[in-house]
Design a protein around this ligand. Structure first.
Ligand code: NAD
Length: 336
């Protein structure tokens, strides 16, 4: 029988994880939770997902014409595993409920690394999550960094990584975040937490990062500079990246994040999602023994396939990470 998955928190990440899980032949969505009857609740109902709500909100959903399957507690009880996609620092308050019901749980990168004993990336440490009860899928930026650093380290050895992250100010549907017109040093004290978060997955990597928030909603942009332990050419690195399952080499005249999103639209992708790291092919250079390149990270979607793989590992559905990655990729259309 299929693994029963519940999505607690149906926002930017939750709705995408739900749709990706629904595509898998070894998993099913038994329900999603909504706290308010807004447009996202409406589309969840249209897609046929069972909707659960906080016990004290069920009446307000019913008054708005929704069919509610039960309380969030009921949903957790019915699940084998919960993917917690509530806002950062809220997910921790659900831990006691998951523990009480003996249900496995995945949290997202907005939670502290201490929420679960394992931080997860499909390529770098899938095996650590096999059979695990609690896992944190790291943030969009950390996921994007792991996907390039891991294969470089495997093949050439990484001496040191320096990365500057130009972060999107808010997601497209977010009407509260910013800036509207500024470049914000966030944080002003260096290093930012982003690079060091990579160490929760690859503790031996020497990495430092700086981050700037910019008035854009499409994607994050990483400016990377990496010292490798063995010599290689730009061509070698391009070939290595092109061989990885979740890196897309971006070319064909694209030199901006906006054009990548337009490309995603033209590819007919759901919500124009670009699940892969988008490495600007012509930026990949080696100078004086150091590797440089730009990559764009679609913050709304790059962690989605990692959540699917994390479920597969935790439920012991597949022991081989490359097989899980391939299965997830194929079902979602990643790589096409
Ligand atoms: P979001 O605000 O878009 O969605 C969160 C959803 O949870 C909302 O629908 C909200 O109504 C609901 N919610 C709030 N409190 C709840 C509760 N107590 N119980 C159930 N539902 C509740 O947030 P998001 O952007 O999807 O982020 C979710 C997590 O994913 C965070 O940890 C975040 O850091 C992480 N993440 C976000 C991004 C991104 O760029 N948006 C990328 C990677 C990881």
């Amino acid at each position: 029988s299929k693994v029963k998955v519940a999505i607690n928190g149906y926002g930017t990440i939750g709705k995408r994880v739900a749709d990706a899980v629904a595509l898998q032949d070894d998993m099913e969505i038994i329900g999603i939770s909504k706290t308010r009857p807004n447009f996202e609740a409406k589309t969840a109902a249209m897609k046929g997902y069972n909707i659960y709500a906080p016990a004290d909100k069920i009446d307000s959903f019913k008054n708005d014409g929704y069919t509610i399957a039960g309380s969030i507690e009921d949903m957790v009880k019915a699940a084998d595993i919960v993917v917690d996609c509530t806002p950062g620092k809220i997910g921790v308050s659900n831990k006691a409920l998951y523990e009480k019901e003996g249900v496995k749980a995945i949290w997202q990168g907005g939670e502290s690394k201490d929420i679960a004993p394992i931080s997860f990336n499909s390529e770098a440490n899938y095996a650590d999550a096999i059979g695990a009860d609690y896992v944190r899928v790291v943030s969009c930026n950390t996921t994007g960094l792991c996907r390039v650093i891991y294969p470089l380290d495997q093949k050439y050895g990484v001496e040191k990584v320096r990365v500057t992250i130009v972060r999107r100010g808010g997601d497209p549907g977010d009407i509260k975040s910013g800036p509207i017109d500024a470049l914000v040093l966030d944080p002003i004290k260096l290093p930012s937490h982003h690079g060091p978060d990579v160490k929760t997955i690859m503790p031996h990597i020497n990495i430092t990062s700086a981050a700037i928030k910019a008035p854009t909603s499409f994607m994050h942009l990483h400016v990377l500079n990496i010292q490798l332990k063995t010599e290689c050419s730009a061509e070698d690195v391009k070939n290595l990246f092109a061989s990885r399952p979740r890196i897309r080499m971006i070319a064909d005249g694209i030199s901006a994040t906006a054009q990548i999103i337009e490309f995603g639209r033209d590819l007919g992708r759901p919500r124009n999602d670009m699940w892969e790291n988008c490495v600007f092919r012509d930026s990949v250079s080696v100078d004086d023994g150091e590797l440089y390149f730009f990559q764009a990270i679609h913050q709304e979607s790059d962690v989605i396939p990692e959540n699917v793989d994390a479920i597969r590992a935790m439920m012991s559905l597949e022991k081989d990470n490359l097989k899980s990655i391939e299965k997830t990729n194929k079902s979602m259309g990643i790589g096409f």
